[in-house]
Design a binder for this molecule. Structure first.
Ligand SMILES: NC(=O)c1ccc[n+]([C@@H]2O[C@H](COP(=O)([O-])OP(=O)(O)OC[C@H]3O[C@@H](n4cnc5c(N)ncnc54)[C@H](O)[C@@H]3O)[C@@H](O)[C@H]2O)c1
Length: 348
């Protein structure tokens, strides 16, 4: 077996903790260095891992000559500059969502990766949840008939008043870009390219300067309707986060259990145990590392990452103008998930 790839972790904040747990049991990659402008945070994380720490991205990039890749876990506005610094040094980049807060800089990131012959992808953990992959196989198998409606909800109350997430200069917006980036990526995974989008904003109960609660309505180019329900202000206590309705049945991906039912049957078929965060992060790292090593296909392509930035951008235009807005650019051939399809026939 080949040696595990050597990774740097950029940003030692909240999501970095999930990566640390995932790297601990990864068979494909290991952490060798951590950087954060908060030197103490970088040091604390690095100490626990037995690796080196740096108080700036530049210092890490200059000192670590053997790096294969980095995971960028800093706030969104910093993603283009930090990713570009490494891509230019021919270091592969797994960048946390959103890839960028605007499509112009996202395109430049893709071009830089291509020009330097390195892999760039966006981290969006839900695509690596086993039940999501299985649900996609169920939809693809056709046993639910023709898909008519896709629903997704990420609603849980979090106080964002003192976090960068509610500062649009840093985050690019509110809940729409924050949780909505996951939603858009999931919807594209199931339905292919998205055609147009409309957004309705709800009450701002935290008094933030950005949207806290939105309903996003989307139509895919294949004519399927999507409804995405996002909030930082309310907790809807839902058991599932994806429901897909077809002419012959329904599939539901839940937090603790996933199941489907064909209209011809009274019984639900349980096919998974729901969401496991560390497992999803580990699968994401493994897919990225194996793609770098040429061993498997990248599950989230750079084009998928760019498309999600473009859909979010169109959603903000729709919100500002209060009208259905065409998604420009989401015309990439839908290749997501190839190689990860589990035959639903095997499970039925
Ligand atoms: N996949 C997920 O489920 C998920 C969940 C939460 C956050 N995220 C994403 O992860 C990223 C980080 O979010 P977070 O919640 O961990 O934020 P955080 O604020 O907890 O951590 C960010 C860290 O980056 C450091 N930092 C900021 N600018 C830096 C720079 N220029 N150089 C080096 N370090 C710098 C900060 O000091 C901080 O420690 C965001 O893009 C966010 O959208 C993803």
């Amino acid at each position: 077996m080949r040696d595990r790839l050597k990774f740097g972790l950029i940003g030692a904040g909240s999501i970095a903790q999930a990566y640390v747990q995932a790297f601990e049991t990864s068979e494909t990659a290991r952490l060798v260095a951590v950087a954060d402008v908060r030197a103490e945070a970088a040091r604390a994380l690095a100490e626990g891992l037995g690796c080196r720490s740096y108080d700036s991205v530049q210092a890490l990039a200059d000192a670590e000559k053997e790096l294969d890749a980095v995971v960028v876990c800093t706030p969104p506005v910093t993603h283009p500059e930090i990713s570009t610094l490494f891509l230019r040094r021919k270091i592969h980049v797994l960048c946390e969502k959103p890839l960028s807060i605007d499509s112009a800089s996202a395109k430049q990131m893709l071009e830089t990766a291509k020009a330097n012959g390195v892999t760039l992808t966006m981290a969006t953990k839900f695509r690596f949840v086993e039940d999501v992959v299985r649900a996609k196989s169920i939809v693809t198998s056709g046993i639910l008939g023709e898909i008519v409606l896709f629903e997704n909800a990420f609603t849980s109350r979090v106080d964002m008043a003192s976090r960068w997430n509610s500062n649009p200069a840093v985050s690019g917006g509110g809940v729409l870009i924050d949780n909505g980036t996951h939603s858009v990526d999931l919807m594209r995974y199931f339905l292919g390219p998205l055609a147009d989008v409309q957004v309705v904003e709800g009450k701002r109960s935290q008094g933030l300067s950005v949207e806290e609660t939105v309903h996003i309505f989307v139509r895919s180019t294949s004519g399927v309707m999507g409804a995405i329900d996002l909030s930082w202000s309310i907790n809807k206590e839902l058991d599932s986060f994806i429901n897909i309705y077809g002419s012959h049945g329904t599939v539901s991906v839940g937090w603790k259990e996933s199941r489907y039912r064909q209209s011809s049957s009274r019984d639900w078929v349980v096919f998974g145990k729901g969401y496991n965060k560390v497992e999803a992060f580990r699968s994401q790292i493994n897919n990225f590392a194996r793609a770098i090593a040429g061993e498997e296909q990248l599950l989230i392509t750079p084009e998928d990452a760019l498309a999600s930035v473009e859909v979010v951008e169109a959603a903000y235009a729709a919100l500002r103008q209060n009208r259905w807005t065409t998604v420009n650019g989401d015309a990439f051939e839908h290749r997501s998930g190839e190689g990860h399809i589990i035959e639903a026939r095997d499970m039925v």
